[in-house]
Design a protein around this ligand. Sequence first.
Ligand SMILES: Cc1cc2nc3c(=O)[nH]c(=O)nc-3n(C[C@H](O)[C@H](O)[C@H](O)COP(=O)(O)OP(=O)(O)OC[C@H]3O[C@@H](n4cnc5c(N)ncnc54)[C@H](O)[C@@H]3O)c2cc1C
Length: 484
Amino acid sequence: MHPRPPRRVVVAGAGIVGLSCAWHLQRHGAEVTVLDRSAVGAGASWGNAGYLCPAMTVPLPEPALLREGLRGLADPDSPLALDPRPSARTAAFLAGFARNATGRRWRRALAALAPLARASLGAFDELVAGGVALRTHEAPIRIGFGHGESTAGLRHELDAVRASGQAVDFGPAEPGAPFSSRIGRVIELRGQRHVDPGQVLGALADAVRARGGRIVEGAAVRAVGYGPGGLQVDTWSGAPHRADAVILATGAWLPELGRAARVRVPVQAGRGYSCTVSLPEPLTTPLYLPAVRVAVTPYRGGARLAGTMEITDRDAPFRQRRLAAILRSVAPLLDGFDAASVRDPWVGPRPLTPDGLPVVGSTRVPGVHVAGGHGMWGLTLGPVTGRLLADQVMTGTRVPELVALDPSRRAGGPQRFNTAPLRVARGMGADDKIENKADELKGKAKQTVGEATDDDELRTEGEVDETKGHLKQAGEKVKDAFKS
Ligand SMILES: Cc1cc2nc3c(=O)[nH]c(=O)nc-3n(C[C@H](O)[C@H](O)[C@H](O)COP(=O)(O)OP(=O)(O)OC[C@H]3O[C@@H](n4cnc5c(N)ncnc54)[C@H](O)[C@@H]3O)c2cc1C
């Protein structure tokens, strides 16, 4: 047991993860203040696809995705897009990602995610039972494949999730509206749910306030540390907030505050785009189009389209071209699709980690905890994360499900980076470009490790050698990936 549970807790970040933490901290009796640099749902949590889909909650780094990503380098409209001039931080992240993109590591990460995924829908029901006025909708997800397109990858993934202990119910279904005739096969994934993410966030924020919590918008946290009165949170506006415990839930912005708390897991933005469109008939179930990696979800009388994984700076400007690419890719696959009806254009940063696991738990700074890095599945996993972390923080007892998500783990990338952009030679063929990029990433990552050797987090020679070894392997893997 904790000698004395924290009384005042400050949560930085009012996304699904921060608000879920806040609600569960209150369940334990804590006085909670949530600070957001912008507003509730200003990050990735508002415009996402709204799937609550534990059956598809799998780690992102896997060999096929790595290959696809490298090929996508040559196509500016690819659903997987890499900034042509990635920062050294991004290059190091990619090297770590490549190192983790093996079948063995994927299965290991899946086993670590499984207990959270299994409990994820129940965690939404728990919020509802506790008075949060959020609404979830149960409906199968219909996954549409083109004629001749293989379903093997999806089946393999769903079988692996089933083997990890989840009841996964899927099977063939009739193609048909709103899929166009180009969709020849449909797999229906049953027992999943979807939500309007904005409605969920609003309801959760209202519930936190109704229990006496404060949510302060426009309050960017700039530092967390110990002052004369103990733990304090400094913002760019207003007086410091005193706290007995702090939770950093700042999504893709985690590195700023996490670095001072000695969080070792790099978090990189994988930006996605979404918009709302009208379809001739109201959509009754979510759809997924794996060939173009676009999710289509019933949304306020229309459909929300969400897709693209753009590995770039989380605060980069909205790129109209990416949204246009989503619309172009979907148009031939849905009947009666009205591209002129586009509204709510949005971009948001998925917080990605190199090993595909969230970062949840205590840091090496007493009283400072982290909840983030959920990548593609933070909406699904937000409430269960809030419950588990609040239990750990308030009882002082380590929660077994969080052990593998430790913020101090080595996830495959150094923490110290320079920001010099990479230069990409122009006027080359596609294959040359890919090979050139792979070499540059490898070189940049090596250089970054060289620069990191004076970092006190990498101070022993053994650690440096280990990291160099991993990067070398990652470089080889990058090369292998585009050879195959
Ligand atoms: C296109 C797209 C589709 C997606 N679809 C799904 C889906 O269908 N299902 C699913 O489960 N997941 C989905 N996701 C992923 C999901 O949206 C994210 O994993 C999740 O929203 C992350 O939540 P978060 O609370 O950690 O971060 P965020 O929602 O990004 O919240 C972080 C908050 O921290 C604030 N902040 C940042 N810095 C500071 C600071 N210094 N001080 C104070 N506040 C700060 C930000 O303003 C922000 O409000 C999707 C993501 C995208 C982009």
